[in-house]
Design a protein around this ligand. Structure first.
Ligand SMILES: C[S@@+](CC[C@H](N)C(=O)[O-])C[C@H]1O[C@@H](n2cnc3c(N)ncnc32)[C@H](O)[C@@H]1O
Length: 410
């Protein structure tokens, strides 16, 4: 962020977006300093592109000094925008949530169905979680995880704002997401998927204060089954438990309490979304960019593979995994798909609907240290969606792959 000297509250100011651009040494730099967009020389091929960074005029609502002191707030009330997009700030709160096109495509590619049990492994702030919940018609269970306590609260707030009740949030490091079955569990679960669910919930709500809702609910359900074998769906049980925990009409999210989870049993989700933390090289505009090195990119790729391994364990045979990133780095995208298909023979690429992005990259890449990174093989590229930020679609850079899960006995 930068601001010209002597700007005072009430001044009319010109606003420009700072976008990474090439510096004279051929590297990339943030093209703004002290309120001035760096235009460079007119002979520079990027000169006119930089002209377009002006986004409009507004009235400063704070002085320059105040602007750099404030940790949040509105600095400029825009009154003359180059882009005539209406502001959605505070408009129809809970009804509209703006998202990037590829994020919405990701939720659709997962193809969530009513009544299913779905896992969103890296869910905060909850953009895709809420899109998935809406596609499920808020029926079923959507487990949303993040390792950050505060970020889990962000998911809760968003879900509450949108009155979505099928979302259950937990703080969990997904690298530790597999819950080991112990003997007591085996006696109780009786191989039924309903029972399976009870025991995970029991684990995750063990921090809840007050009465033992798990016991009460479990009793109710087993009574219902014993007394005439009435079928009680998993969704009904979950709703009942949530109601007991929070009182009628209150979403778990409203209370803002973040529960830890002890993890989940293998094969216990119908669908899993892994919207992985990544190098975010597709994000534009990007004001502050940390250092990106070959090493840091490799670290992302390794981390993503470890997370993907967990996703494979948690999804049931016959289920679906969707993997997505907001980076254009093939090492985190096509190379992960190669790893997945080569490591888990029971996975296959599935077609996605809608299909808006372009094909993936086929081939391989030889790094300077002689290591070969394998990407897609011919025929696989049309199954994935690669969003190129420089294409006419004008989206952020993004990647989506969808896997069908076959029998794990193979
Ligand atoms: C790309 S963001 C997710 C965006 C989110 N899916 C959405 O659409 O709003 C990645 C998230 O992964 C979380 N994360 C990173 N490592 C994690 C881990 N080991 N376990 C759980 N969450 C993790 C980060 O805190 C971050 O919120």
């Amino acid at each position: 962020m930068a601001c010209s000297a002597h700007v005072e509250k009430g001044d009319t100011v010109a606003v420009s977006a700072a976008i990474e651009q090439r510096n004279p040494n051929g590297g990339w730099a943030i093209g703004i300093t002290r309120g001035t967009v760096l235009q460079g020389l007119q002979t520079d091929p990027y000169y006119f592109e930089r002209n377009g960074l002006y986004i409009g005029q507004g009235t400063a609502t704070m002085s320059r000094a105040g602007l750099f002191r404030a940790s949040k707030g509105i600095a400029v009330d825009m009154n003359n925008r180059v882009f005539r997009l209406p502001s959605f700030y505070d408009v129809l709160e809970g009804e509209i949530f703006l998202q990037n096109l590829p994020s919405i495509v990701t939720a659709h590619a997962l193809d969530p169905q009513k009544g299913e049990r779905i896992l969103d492994m890296c869910a905060a702030p909850g953009g895709k979680t809420t899109a998935i919940a809406i596609l499920m018609k808020d029926e079923g269970e959507l487990v949303a995880l993040d390792r950050s306590h505060n970020k889990v609260q962000d998911i809760q707030k968003l879900a509450a704002e949108m009155s979505l009740t099928c979302i259950t949030t937990y703080k969990l490091d997904v690298l530790k997401a597999i819950r080991q079955r112990n003997e007591a569990d085996d006696i109780n679960t009786n191989q039924s998927s309903n029972s399976l669910w009870f025991h995970e919930e029991k684990a995750s709500s063990s921090t809840a204060e007050g009465f033992n809702l798990d016991k009460t609910c479990e009793d109710n359900v087993s009574n219902a089954i014993e007394n005439g074998g009435t079928y009680v769906s998993k969704a009904d049980i979950r709703k009942a438990k949530r109601r007991m925990r929070n009182g009628p009409g209150r979403n778990q999210c409203v209370g803002g309490r973040v529960e830890n989870s002890k993890g989940f049993y293998p094969d216990s989700f119908d669908r899993v979304l892994l919207d992985a933390p990544c190098s975010a090289l597709g994000l534009r505009p990007r004001l502050f960019v940390g250092e990106v090195t070959i090493d840091s990119l490799k670290k992302h790729a390794t981390y993503q593979r470890r997370m993907f391994d967990q996703a494979v364990k948690l999804v049931r045979p016959g289920g679906v995994i969707v993997y997505s990133t907001c980076t254009i780095n093939p090492g985190e995208n096509e190379a992960l798909v190669r790893y997945a298909l080569d490591t888990y023979k029971f996975l296959s690429l599935a077609s996605q609907n809608p299909r808006i992005g372009g094909p993936g990259l086929v081939g391989s890449f030889e790094s300077p240290n002689g290591r070969t990174e394998e990407w897609l093989r011919p025929g696989e590229e049309e199954f994935v969606q690669r969003f190129d930020p420089s294409s006419s679609l004008d989206t952020i850079g993004f990647f989506i792959a969808k896997f069908s899960v076959g029998s794990k006995d193979v």
